[in-house]
Design a protein around this ligand. Structure first.
Ligand code: AMP
Length: 376
């Protein structure tokens, strides 16, 4: 039997479902590599459409529009996990969709994600399915406080989560449950949060990036730095787990895998994102390959490079409330590499851009950055 290896070459067309900042940075890389890019997004002139060749204006759940996009593309990809997995499967009859729906289905639902991780023996925090407030009251009697309640679908950037520190937090938890299925997770007393950005092509070749250390504020990623301060042994363990997860869920393109690491070196997988990840934005300047170029290489089935860390770096998100202060500060900051995504409305907590600083002293760079008081 002859198996033809599919490759998408410069000049061919990439369709991207979703036109936010991840789609924008994917498009910028794809354009540098010589691809034609079409974005599907309901918002005219969304961030990705500002740099792409064409835009299809349609909702993310408009199956007909997505299938029509597939008909005019050579390869179809997506920038977020809230795409209908059946539509992704259906699109395969019209063009190359190497990301497929396996990793997508796993990551769309916290229960299937946890079941997948558990079935493959990856270390995760203990969890219980919660379908009603009664369930929660019964389960928390056994699991105790603190615990964290999360909706199983649709939560992002801290939305759809309640930390239960005492029984007083049950009131908030009840509001979250309403008619939604949730998962109650044991609270991990972690020392560090880290992520691994890993890109893979259909042949199984991988680009695995240096581990990134992350800080969240109000459950939204605030700061990432690289290299992480993990011991060599923990680093190896985390990298091996990430590489195996990417293989096990047949990931193609870039994926972000989040981990908690405890003081004693205990490692827990927190979450899988089957797309480029906010913490990986620093790879644009700090690595010999960005997570976005790696994504394009993966979905086009090109050879996967080994990313080298060119410089230590920190990245800080610019949310809506930081935009004006950052704009005022830019002229004083010769080392800041700033990115603005071209979003029209700077709402509170909306991701509007990020700053990356290359440094040989991460701690000093943090002191300097926070002296501006922009992120207080
Ligand atoms: P998630 O949306 O699941 O990534 O959660 C957002 C953030 O909440 C994480 O990055 C952690 O900072 C915190 N968090 C989530 N789950 C847990 C947990 N089981 N234990 C401790 N902190 C958590």
């Amino acid at each position: 039997m002859i198996y033809l290896i599919k490759r998408i070459l410069p000049g061919q067309t990439i369709g991207i479902i979703g036109g936010g900042q991840l789609g924008q940075m994917m498009t910028t890389s794809a354009k540098e590599m010589g691809y034609h890019v079409i974005i599907l997004d309901p918002q005219k002139d969304c961030p990705a459409a500002q740099v792409a060749d064409e835009q299809v204006i349609a909702d993310y759940d408009d199956e007909i529009a997505i299938l029509n996009l597939a008909k005019i593309c050579d390869v179809l990809t997506f920038e977020f996990e809230n795409v209908d997995a059946d539509t992704i499967d259906a699109a395969k009859q019209y063009c190359y969709v190497p990301q497929g729906s396996t990793a997508l289905r796993i990551s769309q639902d916290r229960i299937s994600e946890k079941q997948f991780l558990e079935a493959h023996n990856y270390p995760i925090a203990p969890f219980k399915l919660i379908q009603s407030f009664d369930d929660l009251e019964n389960v928390i009697k056994i699991t105790g406080y603190p615990s964290i309640l999360k909706t199983i679908r649709g939560g992002y950037d801290g939305k759809g989560q309640v930390i239960l520190k005492t029984s007083a937090d049950l009131i908030e938890a009840e509001k979250l449950i309403q008619n939604r299925t949730c998962v109650l997770e044991g609270f991990v007393q972690f020392d560090r949060e880290v992520s691994v950005i890993i890109a893979r092509n259909e042949l199984g070749q991988q680009s695995i990036f240096p581990i990134i250390e992350n800080q969240h504020r109000h459950n939204i990623l605030h700061e990432s730095s690289c290299p992480s301060r993990l011991s060599i042994e923990t680093r190896k363990e985390v990298e091996i787990i990430a590489s195996q997860i990417a293989d096990d869920c047949l990931s193609v393109g870039t994926m972000g895998i989040e981990f908690f690491v405890s003081d004693s070196g205990g490692v827990y997988v927190n979450e899988i994102a089957p797309r480029p990840h906010n913490s990986g934005h620093l790879t644009i300047e700090a690595c010999s390959l960005s997570q976005f170029e790696a994504h394009i290489r993966g979905i086009c089935n090109l050879p996967m490079l080994k990313p080298q860390l060119l410089s230590h770096a920190i990245m800080i998100n610019i949310l809506g409330q930081h935009v004006q202060p950052v704009l005022n500060e830019i002229q004083n900051e010769g080392q800041w590499r700033f990115h603005f995504y071209g979003k029209n409305e700077a709402k509170q907590d909306r991701k509007m851009g990020h700053v990356t600083i290359l440094t040989d002293n991460i701690e000093q760079a943090k002191i300097d950055v926070y002296q501006t008081k922009i992120w207080d």
